[in-house]
Write a protein that binds this ligand. Structure first.
Ligand SMILES: NC(=O)c1ccc[n+]([C@@H]2O[C@H](COP(=O)([O-])OP(=O)(O)OC[C@H]3O[C@@H](n4cnc5c(N)ncnc54)[C@H](O)[C@@H]3O)[C@@H](O)[C@H]2O)c1
Length: 330
């Protein structure tokens, strides 16, 4: 039984609290949040205790710390948990600052801590199966990877202002998926971006809401990622991998498989609305993978701290490319 201290009782903290509480190998021991009410509400919902971040780090009744606080706190909380001898699962991104990621990974390395980063999409059963088939040779040599990721609607401007920008906040998942599917590092990044959904995202938030990125590996393989902060039809999450022997694709998941057929054509139910619905199974499988690593003492289960670093380097390159209008070598 792995006893968890959960840090952050917001949107993603609530998801993790539920997956921990419903996992037979896990126990939600403590919840910490900067807002006492948020911590006590979530703790009460799952029979856990409220604690401060510091108390979680020092507690002998905590084996693993799950970090779901805002991005700006991840690095210091990973380091504190590592120094306290805890296993760590931390939400993406590790930090918006690459030198801080290096410094954090050094601490983790020195303490030989187990660290996993919450790139949950790798655990989506469909995307995981797609990756397994690539590695089994179903499409031969991979030549083109296409990742489409569109949110149903933009977050509040206050969130955008502190997010580090679309490439670091949203597309970071897609950089990780492109690396995961390609199986080779990218060496060139070229990005375009605009604010087409809401002009205030550019004028007040200094960000874009619509973006396309092209990346190339040293051997010439190409990935294309497109993002939008708006999709009128739900949470659009699709992937396609083209290779020398064929093509693999994974479609969206609809609320039901029921379709209406009539003289006007065929109508399906809407696709699942957002990450809570779409990735419910992925979060559960992600936690199982982390628990297996803690139980067996595996130190860098994938997605590892290194995966967190590589995705951040690509996000930084895309941010620079979008601003300068030039491709960036990484
Ligand atoms: N993997 C995913 O699918 C996914 C989805 C959403 C968010 N995230 C990531 O999770 C993190 C949190 O995002 P969110 O949407 O849940 O945010 P949120 O604002 O809903 O929740 C964050 C919570 O942390 C609390 N908090 C603030 N400072 C704290 C501190 N120093 N220590 C402890 N708690 C603190 C806040 O009071 C709040 O309750 C972000 O880094 C985000 O990138 C990942």
């Amino acid at each position: 039984m792995i006893r968890f201290g959960l840090i952050g009782a917001g949107r993603i903290g609530k998801v993790h609290a539920k997956t921990i509480a419903t996992n037979p190998k896990a126990k939600l021991a403590f919840v910490a949040d900067a807002l006492p009410q948020a911590a006590s509400d979530l703790a009460a919902a799952y029979g856990a205790k409220v604690a401060s971040v510091d108390e979680i780090m020092k507690s002998k009744d905590v084996d693993a710390v799950l970090i779901g606080s805002p991005t700006g706190f991840h690095a210091e909380q990973i380091q504190a948990a590592s120094n306290a001898g805890k296993s760590i699962m931390c939400e993406k991104p590790v930090s918006l600052d690459v030198p801080t990621i290096h410094e954090t990974l050094k601490v983790v390395e020195k303490n030989k801590s187990t660290l996993m980063i919450g790139f949950n999409r790798r655990f989506d059963p469909n995307f995981a199966e797609l990756e397994r088939r690539i590695r089994a040779g179903a499409v031969g040599d991979v030549e083109l990877v296409t990742v489409i990721s569109r949110d149903p609607g933009p977050p509040p401007l206050s969130y955008i202002k502190g997010s580090g920008g679309l490439f670091r906040d949203m597309m970071i998942h897609d950089f990780d998926m492109a690396r995961f599917l390609m199986g080779e590092e990218f060496t060139v990044v070229n990005a375009l971006g605009s604010a087409l959904v809401d002009k205030a995202i550019a004028t007040e938030g200094g960000d874009v809401d619509t973006a396309a990125v092209q990346m190339q590996t040293a051997s010439g393989r190409i990935a294309v990622i497109t993002n939008s902060r708006r999709a009128t039809y739900g949470y659009d999450q699709r992937m396609e991998v083209h290779g020398s022997k064929g093509m693999l694709s994974a479609r969206n998941i609809h609320n039901t498989t029921v379709e209406l057929h009539n003289g006007n054509g065929t109508q399906a139910d809407p696709i699942q609305n957002f990450f809570l619905e779409r990735y419910g199974q992925a979060y559960a499988d992600e936690l199982n993978s982390f628990i297996a690593a803690v139980e067996t003492g595996k130190r860098d289960p994938r997605p590892s701290g290194h995966d967190g670093l590589q995705a951040q380097i690509l996000a930084d390159a895309a941010t620079e490319s979008q601003k300068t209008g030039k491709p960036v070598k990484v």
